[in-house]
Design a protein around this ligand. Structure first.
Ligand code: ACO
Length: 324
């Protein structure tokens, strides 16, 4: 039999109920709705309720994706979950999700690639399906990034939100995922990181706990350049002209970064799924959230060519080209 492709059978997503607007934040730190909108494109973000975990968000998104796919949880052979904000240190959030779904027995693990977690997960699941060892896979991106923010730091607390997105993939003779591309450069750690952890200790040298440290302006420049390169790599790998792309489904960190990639592709913004205005940066959840919104809104149609990309802490970055 010819090498199978991984096809998307169904997608799902979930956003916590509570919405935090820029005005809410301006009441807390020295910022304004105008600054946040102008520099990032963000107007609001969703925040998980007290006690609501990454696993809870993942469960809702996965349930919706399975329903849309018409697949039973017991049919899953693999669960890959991208997150930087797992419920527990272990078991992995993927294992917690597997049990809640009733998919016990299949392989399940988390991937920590920060904002690129879903793209990495999709790349991994695609390889398993291409190799013929997995027939049906669930790939999830889920985060409660607001749990690791310093709410007094205006340079980071305005950027992030919580949410989850999921896709169900199945082996098929028709494409499917055409290619995935994954990269990392650990040399950029100082520009974007969380300085605490199990082995390094739960307090840093300044006696701070968990928080996001980011040299935003530097990250911005590298992100734009790197995403340009990965878009080019994806087109070349598939011997495609940029005009072949129907939809750009980008990581949603900043509208200015998204616009730069769209411009590079010669795509009008009407061909880009944008959610950053309502979701903020939901890290690993942002690409599957945007994909699900694009599909459920009826914009993205079967047979269209989609370019997914992401960039995040690590640095990590990657892309996926797929025929929906
Ligand atoms: N409100 C008002 N002023 C602010 C705020 C705020 N919320 N935050 C920063 N400022 C101020 C700064 O203090 C600075 O003031 P100064 O000129 O007096 O020093 C000024 O605004 C400009 O700051 P910059 O950091 O240069 O602003 P910039 O235009 O670069 O925008 C931003 C900042 C939005 C963070 C942008 O750089 C960005 O989006 N970077 C990329 C983020 C990203 O992609 N991260 C990767 C994914 S995240 C992950 O992987 C977890």
């Amino acid at each position: 039999m010819a090498t199978p492709f991984a096809r998307i059978l169904g997608t799902g997503s979930y956003l916590p109920e509570k919405v935090l607007t820029n005005h809410d934040l301006a009441a807390r730190v020295d910022t304004s709705d105008a600054w946040i909108r102008e520099r990032t494109g963000i107007a609001q973000r969703h925040v998980a309720a007290e006690g609501e975990t990454t696993g809870d968000l993942a469960f809702e998104a996965a349930t919706r994706a399975l329903e849309a796919a018409g697949v039973r949880a017991s049919d899953l052979d693999l669960i890959v979950l991208g997150t930087t904000t797992p419920d527990l240190i272990f078991p992995s959030t993927a294992c917690l999700l597997q049990h809640r779904l009733g998919a016990n027995g299949c392989a399940a693990f988390d991937v920590n690639a920060a904002c690129s977690g879903f793209i990495y997960g999709l790349g991994i699941a695609n390889q398993f399906i291409r190799a013929g060892s997995v027939r049906t896979a669930l790939v999830v991106g889920a985060e409660t990034l607001t749990r690791m923010l310093d709410w007094d730091d205006r340079s980071t607390c305005v950027l992030f939100g919580d949410g989850a997105g999921a896709v169900v993939l199945r082996a098929d003779t028709e494409p499917g995922v055409l290619s995935t591309h994954m990269h990392a450069d650990g040399g950029y750690k100082e520009l974007l990181y969380n300085p605490v952890g199990v082995s390094a200790g739960f307090r840093d040298e300044k006696n701070h706990g968990v928080r996001v440290l980011m040299a935003g302006n530097e990250v911005f420049k590298v992100a734009v350049k790197t995403l340009d390169a990965v878009v080019e790599e994806t087109l070349q790998a598939n011997r495609l002209e940029k005009s072949a792309i129907d939809w750009l489904i980008p990581h949603q960190a900043n509208l200015r970064i998204i616009s730069a990639t769209a411009k590079r592709l010669g795509l009008p913004m009407e061909r880009v799924v944008v959610t950053v205005d309502r979701h903020g940066n939901t890290s690993a959840a942002s690409v599957p959230l945007a994909l699900d919104e694009g599909i459920r809104s009826g914009k993205v149609q079967r047979g269209e060519l989609l370019l997914l990309e992401a960039f995040g802490g690590g640095f990590t970055w990657g892309s996926a080209l797929l025929r929906y």
